[in-house]
Design a protein around this ligand. Structure first.
Ligand SMILES: [Zn+2]
Ligand SMILES: [Zn+2]
Ligand SMILES: [Zn+2]
Length: 141
C-alpha cells in the first residue's frame, strides 16, 4: 500500500496524516491479526511509548480501529470497516483467541447473534470471544 492510499484511509476518518500515524496504519494493514500496544512498541522501538499510545487512542476515537478484550490482560486493536464511525460501529463481529500462539483475530464474516436481555438493560458493547486453536497452529500439530 502506498503513501497516497494510507493518507486516503486516514482522511476518510478525519485523521490528519503524520509520519507516525502513517507508519502505524501501515503496520495494521500488513498484520492480519489484532495488535497490542506491546507489539507496536517492539515494531517501533525507536519511537516513544506515549506517541504510540496517543496514535492508538486517536485511531480508536475516530473509528479507524476497534479495541478487543480477548480475556488476556492486554487490550488489542484491529482495523475497522471504512464506514465505521465512533458512534456507530457497523463491524460488530466475534473474535477468535488462539490459546497456543496467543493471537487474536477478527471473524469479520460472522455476526454476533442478537440477544434479548430485557428492556431494563442498556447495552453499550458486546464482546464475543471464541477460544481455541487457530488454523495455523492446528496445521502444525
Ligand atoms: Zn468498527
Ligand atoms: Zn495459533
Ligand atoms: Zn475485530
Amino acid at each position: 500500500m502506498n503513501t497516497q492510499e494510507i493518507e486516503y484511509l486516514l482522511k476518510q476518518k478525519n485523521i490528519k496524516s503524520t509520519a507516525m500515524r502513517n507508519l502505524v496504519l501501515q503496520y495494521f494493514l500488513t498484520n492480519n491479526k489484532a495488535v497490542a500496544l506491546k507489539d507496536l512498541e517492539v515494531a517501533f522501538h525507536y519511537s516513544d511509548r506515549t506517541t504510540l499510545f496517543r496514535t492508538i487512542k486517536t485511531f480508536e476515537e475516530k473509528a479507524l480501529i476497534h479495541s478487543i478484550k480477548d480475556g488476556s490482560n492486554t487490550t488489542k486493536y484491529a482495523l475497522c470497516n471504512a464506514h465505521c464511525t465512533s458512534e456507530n460501529h457497523i463491524d460488530i463481529h466475534p473474535h477468535f483467541y488462539c490459546e497456543k500462539c496467543k493471537t487474536t483475530m477478527c471473524l469479520r464474516k460472522l455476526s454476533i447473534p442478537a440477544m434479548n436481555i430485557g428492556n431494563h438493560f442498556v447495552v453499550h458493547s458486546t464482546e464475543f470471544i471464541v477460544k481455541g486453536i487457530c488454523e495455523k497452529c492446528n496445521s502444525i500439530a
